[in-house]
Design a protein around this ligand. Structure first.
Ligand code: COA
Length: 201
């Protein structure tokens, strides 16, 4: 995976590599009306779901939602999502999650973040297929950012596949500004392409 650069692309394609996927990174710096905008995105879904931070008692529900959505992540290695095991699904102080619960208690959307010293980076976000397009993906991310802003975090990162319009639209609504584009190349045949850091949103 390499930074998207027309000259590098021409060079790699001439050398027998082909683009197999594109991905992007984006940043959100809290300031101005960010918090008001994020709160409004949460209010849009309050009749449908309750959004709250995930706890270790939610692990069974988290694994169930992960299992039914594991094949839904577009893109290639740069935006891949590996099935969670119980340890990975258990929230910790550096890997925290927020979820959307239906009134009967079913978890239908979730986002996890990696909390770093300098920035909070989205690990992944997913919504149950039947509940997509109703603002839940945006709302769980808004909830995570708002809660962490309360704790003093001001710099957030996310990313995803260029083939994922819903994810791009959700992050744009949250205020993320796209600042990186990456291309994943592969050789015609089976040789894997140059690879770089993984990003998912
Ligand atoms: C990406 C995902 C989490 C978005 O969740 P969602 O609840 O469907 O998204 P929302 O309803 O909050 O919609 C977000 C925006 O995307 C738009 N959108 C939703 N589905 C769309 C689609 N299929 N194509 C284009 N735009 C779409 C919405 O209109 C909205 O934009 P707006 O705020 O400008 O109106 C969800 O599609 C999903 O679970 N995908 C599979 C896993 C994945 O790819 N996760 C992201 C990478 S980690």
């Amino acid at each position: 995976m390499v930074r998207a650069d027309p000259a590098v692309r021409v060079e790699l394609e001439a050398a027998g590599w082909a683009v197999i996927a594109g991905s992007w990174g984006a940043g959100l710096a809290i300031g101005g009306d960010s918090e008001g905008r994020l709160a409004a995105l949460m209010r849009r879904v309050e009749r449908l779901v309750t959004v709250r931070e995930l706890r270790s008692s939610d692990v069974a529900a988290i694994l169930d939602l992960d299992a039914v959505t594991a094949g839904d992540y577009p893109g290639d290695v740069a935006t891949a999502h590996d099935r969670l095991n119980s340890a990975q699904a258990t929230p910790t102080i550096v890997h925290r999650g927020w979820g959307a619960f239906r009134p009967e208690g079913q978890l239908v959307g979730m986002t996890y973040v990696d909390v770093g010293e300098k920035a909070v980076e989205t690990d992944f976000t997913v919504v149950q297929q039947e509940m997509r397009g109703r603002g839940l993906g945006t709302a769980v991310k808004a909830a995570s950012v708002l809660a962490l802003v309360e704790e003093g975090y001001v710099w957030f990162r996310t990313g995803g596949s260029l083939d994922n319009p819903a994810s791009i639209a959700a992050n744009r609504a949250l205020g993320y500004v796209l600042d990186e584009e990456w291309l994943t190349f592969a050789r015609t045949g089976s040789t894997p392409g140059p690879r770089g850091p993984r990003r998912a949103a």
